[in-house]
Design a protein around this ligand. Sequence first.
Ligand code: HEC
Ligand code: HEC
Ligand code: HEC
Ligand code: HEC
Ligand code: HEC
Ligand code: HEC
Length: 415
Amino acid sequence: MRRFRLGKSSLIPIGAVVAAIVGTLLGAGGLREAAFQLERLDAKSCIGCHVTRQPTLVHEMKLSVHFRVGVSCEDCHGDDHEAMFGRNGEVSSAVCAEACHAEQYEQFKRSGHSEPKTGRKADALALNPSRVGSCALNSGCHASRKTHDDGSTGKCSICHPSHSFSMQVTRDPAVCVTCHSGSNNTEVAEYEKSIHGVLYRTGGRDVGGVTCVTCHMPGGRHDENFNLTEVELRPGEGPLHFVKTMSPATFQKRRDAMLETCKPCHGTKLAKRALLEADAFRRAGAYALEEASVIVHQLYDEGLLDPMPGDRLPNPLSGGVLDLGANQLFDREMSMPERIFYRMYMFTFAGGWRRAYHNTPQLVTWHESEMLKTDLIELRAEASRVRALARAGVITPRPPSDAEAAAYERSRTEK
Ligand code: HEC
Ligand code: HEC
Ligand code: HEC
Ligand code: HEC
Ligand code: HEC
Ligand code: HEC
């Protein structure tokens, strides 16, 4: 890391001399304070100019640990103002890594937070900036996966406020809420309703309050996926079409890592049982999705979706197929069975299983169990209804061509 530096004006030599004298009298902290006060007077320096423009920003910087150890504005931003404008003032992960935090960056790179969006999903984000693309804006959730000009990925400032770098803020579950709070990612709300969240909120930190960090980033590690599992694929089971799976060996390794985080407070039996119950919920949901997709595909083969995908305004990225996830443009037409399936996949299931792991019994009962099952009942009823209408000659089936059928298969491969 570069040492603390003064601005580039004529004040530098005098400043250095004065700072050195004051610094000798006051020690390292005093040196920095003296240098800061001098730079403040120099309107051509970073601090001198910006303190009049963003006084709060400079104040926060001054309170930070970075100020205390002598990191300067230039250390993070460089000294080329034009280049800063080109980057919209952003500081890349590589800058943090090269300066001091290589360990955190290496771990962070392995996490879902930095995994760049690729392929069709990235296209979708670029395609529709007014809606889908808002995910990729500076403050959007997927800004966490930003790729910088220097090739590094991720944005540390989603969790570390960029000038105060307050660890009190970063360790608080509230820092995760901007992103972990959508209709399919309600983790913060789940946690707040759990006994762990209640203990934390009521000041139980001293008696075992647990935060997101306790379970997901223990010891400050930044690869928060290291202890997460997918549905365990047991011997004899085929792959699932819509939910990721994992071999029993990998599953066990990761589960053991998660149980390790419960250990300081719980016996293995209670913790294991709680996670096993949640596994069962997720597995049941995954199989409900499989059944639902079979119903939709059968209706498709029989030409009974209304409108048939080939007859509707095509999705610019994927044609007329049922597109799951961010590529789905809700302003395009969709048949009712697909709509119900989409809701199950994107919202009821995706939002449901995490609640089970987060010990939110109310939400588990009424979402994962109740809503997923009623969605399936609705879908079966809808299938019976259109088949009856076809038998009665009220609607005329329009079976797909071979080319259409091949395209529609793609909707089975989303995960
Ligand atoms: C430890 C690194 C670090 C230091 C030191 C630092 N900054 Fe920043 N600065 C950041 C980060 C990170 C951002 C947020 C960029 C982003 O959007 O990701 C930022 C953003 C900014 C912005 C744009 C803010 C906005 O909201 O529009 C300005 C202006 C800025 N910094 C000025 C300064 C000045 C002046 C100093 C010295 C007093 C300074 N920075 C010191 C890391 C730093
Ligand atoms: C003479 C005044 C002046 C000096 C000196 C100055 N800046 Fe700025 N800086 C500005 C202005 C004006 C802007 C435009 C942003 C605004 O205020 O809205 C800006 C913007 C920025 C931004 C945000 C860029 C963006 O696209 O959002 C950063 C980061 C920044 N300056 C850092 C620095 C650093 C680091 C230094 C010292 C190397 C420095 N500035 C020196 C006036 C100055
Ligand atoms: C700026 C948005 C943002 C913030 C803030 C944020 N996350 Fe995330 N998080 C994401 C995104 C995006 C993903 C990836 C989701 C995906 O795979 O589609 C993610 C994934 C995760 C995952 C799953 C990891 C994986 O690799 O699959 C965990 C656990 C997680 N976040 C925990 C946290 C915690 C704890 C905090 C607060 C300390 C937090 N997140 C703050 C956006 C954010
Ligand atoms: C999902 C949120 C999140 C993201 C993204 C994130 N961090 Fe952290 N970081 C944390 C949390 C939470 C802690 C504190 C963990 C603990 O309790 O020790 C932490 C701690 C740290 C620490 C140790 C600070 C100390 O005083 O011990 C460093 C250094 C750090 N992070 C750097 C980074 C860098 C560099 C990046 C980007 C490459 C980054 N972090 C991205 C949440 C995050
Ligand atoms: C008591 C421990 C605990 C706490 C506290 C906790 N989680 Fe979790 N979380 C889990 C477990 C266990 C899972 C499921 C792990 C698995 O799939 O094996 C999980 C799953 C997740 C996932 C889904 C990961 C994936 O695979 O897609 C996200 C995102 C998440 N948690 C975020 C959070 C956030 C944000 C907080 C705080 C508001 C939080 N968690 C608090 C234990 C916890
Ligand atoms: C820092 C301590 C701490 C950690 C770590 C922790 N918990 Fe807890 N947990 C508690 C406390 C305290 C309670 C309140 C009930 C009690 O006193 O036993 C609780 C309650 C629970 C309950 C409800 C118990 C019941 O009797 O119904 C479950 C389930 C649970 N935790 C699971 C977990 C799992 C799984 C993990 C690890 C992924 C975990 N906890 C991590 C402290 C912790």
